[in-house]
Design a protein around this ligand. Structure first.
Ligand code: ADP
Length: 268
């Protein structure tokens, strides 16, 4: 089984990725798709007069500040648009895709981060109205049932809190949790770069292979949201996924190329 994370950054070609997914599904492979939507959320937020705001946590990670209005815009983009269009693409290619977010059937249960400590202008502040969560549980049984019915799950990165609130979750870490929970052998993370670069943005410095012991060093090389991918890769391996591949989503056959080992492969 294979989990494919499709990045929300500009440049990833949904049609090409869908064609590869369709080929794999036709060949008998079980595939689960998880997607992002960050770039388009920024664009729509701007248009709606509620521009995206990013905050830096005290532990050094950058994330989207998600007040209720941002959460609603995030849902419009990820569930309303990207999920629907991916399902459409796959259906046109003969794949019986089934779109859902982590709220549906409580597929992704997350704990709400009710107090986020951030650093702003050198000072620590506490944000309390953030609708962001950390996934704690995946309903793998439901995903297996969908696959058993010949459906290909396409998951938007929203989760549900234990009391039923919608939460924004990081799509890379959601994909990692899903891959671990369903027992996938591989997690392919498609983005708009050819892999993790030692000297970003010099593409000739893509690191071909990272072992679990090298993840900490890899985390130091990753900037911004790339850090979440490295963290997710570590989490996936810990949950039993054999290999995580960061690969280029802009090329002609992105998944096939990744499965041939192109990109950054993280494995034991
Ligand atoms: P997506 O939306 O596909 O999940 P992100 O924009 O979150 O993608 O993360 C991918 C981006 O991470 C790349 O476009 C690149 O600009 C950035 N990045 C930061 N550090 C690195 C690095 N060391 N190697 C590769 N990409 C990096």
């Amino acid at each position: 089984m294979l989990v494919v994370k499709i990045g929300g950054a500009q440049g990833v070609d949904l049609e090409r990725v869908s064609r590869d997914v369709a080929n794999l599904v036709r060949g008998g492979e079980q595939v689960i798709v998880v997607h992002g939507g960050s770039a388009e959320t920024n664009t729509l937020s701007e248009k709606l007069g509620h521009p995206a705001r990013f905050v830096k946590s005290t532990s050094g990670y950058t994330s989207r500040y998600t007040d209720r209005e941002t959460l609603e815009i995030f849902a419009m983009v990820t569930c309303g648009k990207i999920n629907t269009l991916l399902v459409e693409q796959l259906q046109m290619l003969g794949v019986n895709a089934f779109g859902l977010s982590g709220l549906d059937g409580r597929v992704l249960i997350a704990r709400r981060k009710d107090a986020v400590r951030i650093v702003e202008n050198g000072k620590v502040r506490v944000l309390r109205d953030d609708h962001t969560g950390k996934i704690e549980q995946v309903n793998a049984e439901l995903l297996h049932d969908l696959l058993k019915y010949g459906l290909t799950p396409v998951i938007a990165p929203l989760a549900i809190s234990p009391v039923g609130e919608a939460l924004n979750v990081d799509a890379d870490r959601a994909a990692a949790m899903v891959a671990g929970a369903v027992g996938a052998e591989s997690l392919i993370v498609l983005t708009n770069v050819p892999g993790l670069m030692r000297h970003f943005p010099d593409e000739s410095t893509v690191i071909p292979h990272i072992t679990p012991a090298g993840l900490e060093q890899a985390l130091a090389l990753a900037e911004g949201r790339m850090k979440k991918k490295v963290l997710g890769a570590g989490e996936a391996l810990q949950l039993g996924v054999e290999r995580v591949i960061f690969a280029d989503g802009r090329v002609e056959t992105p998944l096939l190329r990744a499965l041939e080992g192109n990109g950054t492969v993280i494995s034991a």
